[in-house]
Write a protein that binds this ligand. Structure first.
Ligand code: OAD
Length: 272
């Protein structure tokens, strides 16, 4: 066992005394719910529980590429609500920025498409957006990119954007990874990076979608893994040095920052 005990205080001591420098962070929709963006699978508040109005055959169809080809409207109805620009980063996003500022962040793996990590100031090259993002978009047939201005207008007006090449006229989709599509090359390139981390922090994800869900298993046995989440997920807690901080992400992150003596810095970042 590497930690003295499986507590937050013990992790803080480990970070300070062992001169931890290579932290991998893995995140999901739960880090953005405090910003007002619903997650996917929470029983009453999650997106999948609230899609009845879109008349989908099953909830995940909204992010399914073959369904999208035939009926892109449900996705664009949702995109209208989720489109970046309306939301502010949470304390948890700022905590990741703080890790970066302190030179402790090895890599952030996120499943989120809301771009709030970038908005909090984490540089793009530190982030693996495993499920893509709303940052760019292209035709699903000929792959021609569509300018942001045209995309924003379409989303605002709840219209389905089409390829600008008249001979093509294919459907345009943000570069979000849908079910049935491959993950970005950056994910595969960095997939085994957690093996060289000296700490892993997993926050706000149900770890129910592969291959992302297998990332924590690449962390070495002797490396502590912290889970900050409402519920226990992904078998975390099964190793001797797994630490579970169950509850709201922002609360857990504040407690950890406090134990590290970083709470004022964190609040400053968040209020900026
Ligand atoms: P989920 O909705 O599956 O899981 C969110 C997790 O965060 C759950 O375990 C919640 O209990 C927890 N949670 C919610 N709010 C929280 C809070 N304030 N504090 C702490 N924990 C909280 O979301 P993801 O794991 O991100 O894919 O879902 C993975 C993928 O499934 C998404 O990227 C998306 C979806 O289908 C695509 O769209 C391609």
């Amino acid at each position: 066992q590497t930690l003295e005990s499986r507590t937050l205080e013990s992790v803080a001591k480990y970070i300070t005394e062992r001169k931890v420098r290579r932290i991998v962070v893995m995140t999901g929709a739960g880090i953005s719910t405090a910003a007002g963006i619903p997650d996917f699978r929470s029983p009453d508040t999650g997106l999948y529980a609230n899609l009845a109005r879109l008349n989908l055959p099953y909830a995940e169809a909204v992010f399914d590429i073959s369904y999208f080809r035939n009926n892109p409207l449900p996705f664009y109805t949702l995109a209208h609500e989720l489109y970046p620009g309306r939301y502010r980063p949470t304390v948890t996003h700022c905590f990741i920025k703080l890790l970066y500022d302190k030179g402790l962040l090895l890599k952030l793996f996120t499943q989120n498409i809301d771009c709030l990590e970038r908005e909090a100031g984490v540089p793009g090259e530190m982030i693996v957006e495993a499920h893509g993002s709303f940052a760019s978009q292209r035709c699903i047939e000929c792959k021609t990119e569509l300018p942001d201005t045209i995309m924003k207008k379409a989303v605002r007006e709840r219209e389905v954007p089409r390829c600008l090449r008249k001979t093509c006229n294919g459907l345009v989709k943000p570069d979000i990874v849908f079910f049935g599509e491959a993950l970005p090359e950056a994910f595969h390139r960095n997939r085994t990076l957690p093996a060289s981390a000296d700490l892993a922090i997993i926050m706000g994800t149900s770890l129910s979608v592969q291959p992302f869900a297998s990332l924590p298993s690449y962390v070495r046995e002797e490396t502590p893994r912290i889970l900050i989440n409402l519920e226990r997920v992904g078998g975390l807690g099964s190793r001797a040095d797994d630490v579970l901080i169950l509850g709201e992400c922002d609360a857990g992150v504040r407690k950890l920052a406090d134990a590290l003596g970083w709470l004022d810095e964190l609040e400053d970042l968040w209020q900026r």
